[in-house]
Design a protein around this ligand. Structure first.
Ligand code: GH3
Ligand code: MG
Ligand code: MG
Length: 173
């Protein structure tokens, strides 16, 4: 019975396709984190990540191929972030990372390396393979609220999209 309850709880906080945390759990856990961390001087970076031209993958290769691309990007994220980091699929082809170990000095390098590794990797689809790139917006320091950090990262992501995609930008002060 306990095992069953544990399984149900796990299922309720995960995105079934990628195994990452789902949107609801992300916001709950991130609020919690923010309450505990953001008051101090501890580093805290929030990244919003969106797959570039993802609709084209679905249109060209089909929805199942799109799902493989989503799993691939999710795997790249889970390979890189562990422990206290929160990695979630917020919905569609949009992901979020809250990384307490990543300081503003290292955030750009860490996420640009991730971006680069995704660009270099290929997603195998049966006999063919496709490339995938992501755009990333960063908020690389704690702010008064989690919502403020999300808005800042989102604005940076939007700018990364507008200015060519496949790039990492951080929020302006
Ligand atoms: P941009 O570079 O501006 O982000 O363009 P985009 O094509 O990535 O973004 P857009 O918002 O136009 O398209 C997102 C697509 O993602 C549309 C939707 O059908 C698809 N999508 C959302 N959820 C899923 C899913 O779970 N599986 C698959 N295969 N596709 C999904
Ligand atoms: Mg997209
Ligand atoms: Mg999107």
């Amino acid at each position: 019975m306990l095992e069953y309850i544990q399984k149900l709880r796990e299922a309720s906080i995960r995105d079934p396709l990628t195994g990452l945390y789902n949107r609801r759990h992300f916001f709950e856990a991130a609020q919690d984190f923010h309450r505990r961390l953001a008051r101090g001087q501890a580093p805290l970076t929030l990244a919003m990540l969106d797959i570039d031209h993802f609709k084209q993958v679905n249109d060209t290769h089909g929805h199942a191929a799109g799902d493989e691309v989503l799993k691939h990007v999710a795997q790249a994220l889970s390979n890189r972030f562990h422990g206290r980091d929160l990695v979630a699929r917020l919905g569609g082809e949009e992901f979020c990372v809250l990384a307490p170990g990543v300081s503003s000095q290292t955030a750009l390098a860490v996420f640009d390396d991730l971006r680069n590794s995704i660009e270099r990797s290929k997603v195998k689809l049966g006999s063919t393979s496709v490339g995938v790139t992501v755009s990333i917006g960063l908020c690389d320091r704690p702010m008064a609220s989690l919502d403020a950090m999300l808005a800042a990262a989102d604005a940076a992501l939007y700018k990364a999209k507008r200015t060519g995609r496949n790039r990492v930008l951080w929020a302006e002060d």
